[in-house]
Write a protein that binds this ligand. Structure first.
Ligand SMILES: [Fe+2]
Length: 182
C-alpha cells in the first residue's frame, strides 16, 4: 500500500473554537510540517481526553487543543488516527516518571480530536510548544511540534526557523480559566 502523508490541522484555544477557514484550502497550504521529536517522547501514554488531570503543581491556565486529521493526498478526514500529545507541564519540566501532560486519543469519524490540558511553560531555549505524533496504518507518521502564533519567541527558535514556512502554528483565544489545585 502506498504510504501517504498526513494533513493535520490543530487549533489550540481555551474556548476550543475551530476556524473553518483554516481547515480548507489546497494541500500545499495546509499540510502540517514535520518537526523534531525531541528527547522527551515517552511511548505508552494513556488514552484520555484530559492529559493534565493528574497535575498537582501550581495553578495554570487551561488549554483546549482541538483539531482534525486529513489524508494529505485526498484530503479526506481520517477516522481512528492515533494522536499522541505531550508537552512540558506548567512548571517547565517534562514528566519522565509518569504521564502528566501526556496522552493519546483516536480521531472520530470526522477526523476530529480534542485534548484538555494546561498551558505549558517555556523552558530555556524554546518557545511555547506542544509535541504531537499522528499515526495510522498505511500512512507516513507525522511527528511535529505545535507553536503559538502570538508567541514572539518563535522567531528566535532554531527548530521553528529552519522550517518556518510549514504551517504548524495555532491561534489562541485566552480566557482566565485556571486549573486550581488543592
Ligand atoms: Fe519540547
Amino acid at each position: 500500500m502506498e504510504r501517504r502523508n498526513f494533513l493535520q490541522k490543530a487549533l489550540g484555544s481555551v474556548l476550543a473554537i475551530i476556524q473553518a477557514s483554516r481547515l480548507l484550502g489546497n494541500s500545499e497550504a495546509c499540510t502540517t510540517g514535520h518537526d523534531d521529536e525531541g528527547p522527551y517522547f515517552k511511548a505508552g501514554a494513556p488514552f484520555r481526553k484530559n492529559i493534565a488531570v493528574d497535575y498537582s503543581g501550581k495553578d495554570a491556565e487551561t488549554l483546549t487543543l482541538q483539531g482534525r486529521v486529513f489524508g494529505a493526498c485526498d484530503q479526506l478526514e481520517l477516522e481512528k488516527a492515533e494522536i499522541d500529545l505531550w508537552h512540558a507541564h506548567p512548571s517547565g519540566d517534562y514528566d519522565m516518571d509518569g504521564f502528566i501532560c501526556r496522552g493519546r486519543q483516536n480521531s472520530d469519524g470526522d477526523g476530529r480530536y480534542q485534548f484538555q490540558t494546561l498551558m505549558p511553560a517555556r523552558y530555556p531555549g524554546r518557545p511555547l510548544h506542544l509535541h504531537m505524533k499522528v499515526t495510522m496504518p498505511g500512512y507516513k507518521t507525522l511527528t511535529t511540534q505545535v507553536y503559538f502564533a502570538n508567541d514572539t519567541q518563535r522567531k528566535r527558535d532554531y527548530l521553528f526557523r529552519r522550517n518556518k514556512g510549514a504551517d504548524r502554528s495555532i491561534g489562541t483565544k485566552k480566557t482566565r480559566n485556571l486549573h486550581k489545585t488543592a
